[in-house]
Design a binder for this molecule. Sequence first.
Ligand code: 3PG
Ligand code: MG
Length: 413
Amino acid sequence: MGEFYTLGDVDLAGKTVLVRVDINSPLDPRSGRILSDARIREHLATLRDLREAKVAVLAHQGRAGKDDCVPLESHAERMAALLGRPVRYVDSLIGKTAQDAIRNLSPGEIVVLENTRFYAEEDALSDKPVEKMAKSHLVQRLAPLAQYFVLDAFAAAHRAQPSLVGFCEVIPTIAGRVVERELEMLNRALTSDARPKLAIFGGIKADDSLAVTRHMLEKDTVDRALTTGGVGLLFLDAQGVDIGKPTRSVLEKEIEDYGEQVAAAKAVLGKFGNRIEVPRDLALNVDGRRVETPVKELPAAHPIQDIGLETIGHFATLIGGAKTIIMHGPAGVFELEPFAVGTRELFTAVAESDAFTVIGGGHTVAVAEALGLEKEFDHVSTGGGALINYLAGKPLPLVDALRRSRQKFGASI
Ligand code: 3PG
Ligand code: MG
């Protein structure tokens, strides 16, 4: 048995098990329909392993106050269709309806409880000590009804909230298959000696990526970082390139404390500049058309929405020679076809390389699937923020909770 429990350690047949998954999914803003069920599919392995248990699923969708914070009814329907077994949705989380539903479960039955983010405790007790979360109404009411808690929400591993970590010292908490595989594959990429090791960072959350770049270069986790998307633009700005007003205002809007981030990027370049690749050319959106432009011709009066063809070629060559690759985030505005070129070409180059490849980021699974490439990577992480935090060397509350539970309940559960 390792530093935390896994599903292989415990016989859960006939037991009542609370399972915390992350099926937070992109929804169609108009119809509310689930646009990608990738995260639901990821959890099927865990749910199949629990086929003889009495299962109550906990999950969140969206953030309180946002349009995508909706009931989990259609998630339950999709789960049932994918599993080929009935899954009952219960529109309650801690009330009598939920408690009765859990008490009345038979082995092999699954209920999905209400969106945990409908309940104020989830936010109010965020980042509070585990002891305090253990006293939440959620834990106090549900824990006595179950023998075990299965924690499988890797994509929310960076969140310390009662429905994720509040149960760990109250009932034995076991890692699900998603968590087990994520940690195994990410650790393999981080500790691999197969060099050169490349990080490719894109997307618009450039502040997060900056922290990861610094950490990975400092620790020699990777030899070189290739930057695309908003991250590449931040580094160009830090080099003193005038990226132009329309692009700059997008970055200022999307990235908190943008000025400070530019200063931080400058410091990272000062230390590791020879190991960081920035775009050599870019693609402008001129009334919906793609117009290539070399960096030396900036500033541009039109927004930059992709890396340019020369950069794509150069990065593809570096990718071809790499032995380990960690890629996070798209290279451009991939939702618009003319500006999807960089993302598509880099994803394809990584997919075709012989390296050990790990990709991740909020939209990444959906992009990989849209390109039909998801099977070509060694690992497609479900994590966005969780992945970035892990790569940056920050402790994940979910992993801490699993360890605490193992320490508290010992070798025989
Ligand atoms: C995610 O999609 O990033 C996770 O489900 C966590 O959601 P959150 O960022 O709203 O906490
Ligand atoms: Mg997030």
